[in-house]
Design a protein around this ligand. Structure first.
Ligand SMILES: N[C@@H](CCC(=O)N[C@@H](CS)C(=O)NCC(=O)O)C(=O)O
Length: 328
């Protein structure tokens, strides 16, 4: 675990001293967009045209943000269009690595041993965290984006010529609602579990814990009356929630002390999670060995022994009851 300062690696843990024990996630720095015609997107430069074989994703199967990008790659049938390298699930002194000892596929492009080498290849003077996912452009030899929320929007719309154009998880009429849902789910739930787990004061933990379970209650209630977060259509907002839900009982309940309730204790959330898991192509993106191994073994400040718990057994393939609601 560490970060780059002027292109040089430093092995340091998150600093929560300046924020009263609160964990604050830093902002992603590469913010270009791939578009169908190569024109500039909402931020960054132009010149990143959607083309098969041109782009590569670096992901961790453990990471909920990287997981979103793998989900969109699968849903939009882009497996043959965008290639992938998976990092080792163990994140230690050198950050994310490709040694292969804990499940990495290796770096298919350059044979690098550490992900920070990909960042310094794009910018030799890069300063900041070295995070997954990374979307790499093989043609311009640079990072297009390291912001998952934007990468999934690119995958949703820029590659329609090469993937499944019939699916749109961010449709125009629902955009405001999806944006509002994301603004609620991200701080309270997606990042909420991290805010609870990485808190280093009792107050910071309790604040995050309260907001997390209030938010889960709100969604449980919402899902008692409709199939998905935005109503009858399955959208980006659902996939963004899903990556946290699948990790919740196996990891966040114990490791991040999010233990007021399990997802298994919420009938609607747990049936909804199983429905999403059972969507074609999704189960293959969920790797519990990487998920549990990563959190329990990498975060030595939280779990110094690195012992990985054997339970719980969650059956994501059990039937769900969500077909009681309409879907559009
Ligand atoms: N805003 C980023 C966040 C990605 C992120 O924080 N990824 C974590 C893994 S779950 C990471 O790589 N952390 C390494 C670090 O912070 O040094 C995104 O959504 O793409």
């Amino acid at each position: 675990m560490g970060l780059l300062v002027d292109g040089r690696w430093h092995d340091v843990w998150y600093d929560t001293k300046s924020t009263q024990g609160r964990f604050e996630r830093s902002k992603s720095q590469f913010r270009n967009w791939i578009t169908a015609d190569g024109s500039a997107g909402p931020s960054g430069e132009s010149g990143f045209k959607a083309e098969p074989g041109r782009y590569h994703l670096y992901v961790s199967l453990a990471c909920p943000w990287a997981h979103r990008t793998l989900i969109f790659r699968a849903l939009k049938k882009l497996e043959d269009v965008i290639s992938v390298s998976v990092v080792d699930y163990l994140m230690a002194e050198e950050g994310w690595t490709f040694y292969g000892s804990t499940g990495s596929t290796g770096d298919a492009l350059f044979g690098s041993k550490r992900l920070y080498e990909i960042y310094t290849r794009a910018d030799p003077q890069y300063s900041g965290r070295v995070t997954v996912p990374v979307l790499w452009d093989k043609q311009r030899e640079t990072i297009v984006s390291n912001e998952s929320s934007e990468i999934i929007r690119m995958l949703n719309s820029a590659f329609n010529e090469f993937g499944d154009a019939s699916l749109n998880f961010y449709p125009e009429p629902l955009r405001n609602e999806i944006d509002a849902l994301n603004e609620f789910v991200y701080p309270n739930i997606n990042n909420g579990v991290y805010r609870a787990g990485f808190a280093t004061t009792q107050d910071a933990y309790e604040e995050a814990f309260g907001q997390l379970f209030d938010a889960l209650n709100t969604l449980e209630e919402k899902l008692s009356a409709q199939r998905y977060l935005a109503g009858s259509a399955l959208t980006e907002a659902d996939w963004r929630l899903f990556t946290t839900l699948v990790r919740f009982d196996p990891v966040y309940v114990g490791h991040f002390k999010c233990n007021l309730r399990r997802i298994a204790d919420y009938p609607n959330l747990s049936n909804y999670m199983r429905e999403l898991y059972q969507v074609s192509g999704i189960a293959a993106t969920v790797n519990l060995e990487h998920i549990k191994g990563h959190y329990y073994r990498s975060h030595k400040t939280i779990n110094p022994t690195g012992v990985v718990p054997l339970g719980p057994k969650v059956d994501f393939t059990a039937p769900h009851d969500r077909s009681r609601f309409d879907r559009s």
